[in-house]
Design a protein around this ligand. Structure first.
Ligand SMILES: CCCCC/C=C/C(=O)SCCNC(=O)CCNC(=O)[C@H](O)C(C)(C)COP(=O)(O)OP(=O)(O)OC[C@H]1O[C@@H](n2cnc3c(N)ncnc32)[C@H](O)[C@@H]1OP(=O)(O)O
Ligand SMILES: NC(=O)C1=CN([C@@H]2O[C@H](COP(=O)(O)OP(=O)(O)OC[C@H]3O[C@@H](n4cnc5c(N)ncnc54)[C@H](OP(=O)(O)O)[C@@H]3O)[C@@H](O)[C@H]2O)C=CC1
Length: 295
């Protein structure tokens, strides 16, 4: 069963929390991007979503409009030169300056590091790093810097320390995380907040479609709760952090929706040798060292 069916949007925030705001969500037609577009719209934001396929974008726009919101879709591959300018141009023309940018579009494949070709690594970095950089710069220059305010979100990975099979992708997300940190220091003078959100493993159509059941089971086992997260776990956090209720911090912020034990598999509870009838009983070896507490 697919597990990315959306929960009712809004995330518990007031329905006017984003009123007057314009939000641009890349990859807003599916998964985490869709949930984010719906949550921001449920808070009153006018939303622009982009992605390569027009169909999922149109479905999300219909959902938003059915809830009384406004949504414009732009079908574009943001890795292509010029498409970022086009997307931002459509947003400005439709709704005016963008207040919230969610750099959500991203993707990769699992492969042993030694089998990732330069072209494979490049394909992932062009989307996660280059297109994200281009989109952020375009929105900042054309909207946020002139209006001296804005919030930009980036999506990283949790765990942050590296993921087997994801050498290309995890290093791309580390670059994005650092970009968020640097910009948060540099652009605070413009009133722009840059925030990196690091989701745990989230049950989305993208996960269902592009990864094996084996990958999924391994990731599921690695989550202490024993189940994957929901897109709304991430979108609710972004919607909150985009709201006036968000805490402001002088330090470069990173928010994680999950963290897990290193080494991927979940941590099993150690079993007592006595409870396993096949284990030989261990006897305590005789004490040989001097213990000052015992006389
Ligand atoms: C604990 C884990 C937590 C994190 C879990 C995260 C999950 C998610 O992010 S879920 C959902 C995200 N969505 C996706 O991942 C979407 C699926 N992925 C893609 O669309 C891609 O992987 C893409 C963005 C990289 C596709 O780019 P595209 O340019 O369309 O790809 P090409 O087919 O043209 O190939 C380019 C290049 O990459 C090599 N390559 C592609 N697939 C593989 C593979 N499975 N193994 C090895 N190499 C692969 C391909 O061979 C090309 O390289 P060259 O031939 O050297 O040019
Ligand atoms: N699910 C998870 O466990 C985790 C996901 N993430 C990241 O969160 C983000 C969303 O993931 P999720 O919702 O699961 O994945 P999805 O695959 O559902 O979403 C990715 C979205 O990005 C769009 N997209 C992909 N490539 C491009 C492109 N070149 N130009 C424009 N749009 C593009 C896709 O639309 P289209 O194909 O139509 O272009 C799609 O809507 C991704 O960056 C992902 O890597 C991070 C941690 C964990």
């Amino acid at each position: 069963m697919r597990t990315d069916q959306p929960a009712p949007p809004g995330g518990g925030l007031r329905p006017d929390v984003h009123t007057g705001k314009v939000a641009l969500v890349t990859g807003g037609g599916t998964g985490i991007g869709r949930a984010t577009a719906l949550d921001l719209a449920a808070g009153g934001a006018r939303v622009v979503i982009c992605g390569r396929r027009p169909e999922p974008l149109a479905e999300v726009a219909d959902q938003i409009e059915a809830l009384g919101g406004s949504c414009v879709t732009v079908s574009a591959d943001i890795r292509e030169e010029g498409s970022v300018t086009t997307v931002v141009g459509h947003a400005l023309e439709a709704f005016g300056p963008v207040d919230v940018l969610v750099n959500n579009a991203g993707g990769q494949f699992t492969a042993p590091a030694e089998e990732i070709s330069p072209g494979g690594r490049r394909a992932v970095h062009r989307l996660a790093v280059d297109a994200t950089w281009a989109m952020t710069r375009e929105v900042a220059r054309r909207a946020m810097i002139p209006q001296r305010s804005g919030a930009v979100f980036f999506i990283a990975f949790s765990p942050r320390r590296g993921i087997p099979g994801f050498a290309h992708a995890a290093s791309a997300r580390a670059a994005v995380e650092n970009l968020a940190a640097g910009l948060s220091l540099e652009w605070s003078r413009y009133g722009i907040r840059t925030v990196c959100v690091a989701p745990g493993t989230i049950a989305t159509g993208g996960l269902d479609d592009h990864y094996t059941a084996e990958d999924r089971e391994r990731w599921e086992r690695s989550v202490p709760l024993g189940r994957l997260g929901r897109p709304e776990d991430v979108s609710g956090l972004i919607s909150f952090l985009a709201s006036p209720r968000a805490p402001t911090s002088p330090a470069p912020p990173l928010w994680s929706t999950a963290e897990r034990t290193p080494g991927v598999p979940g941590t099993p509870c150690p079993t007592s040798p006595r409870r396993n009838p096949t284990s030989p009983r261990r006897t305590r070896p005789p004490r040989t060292t001097h213990d000052p507490l015992r006389h």
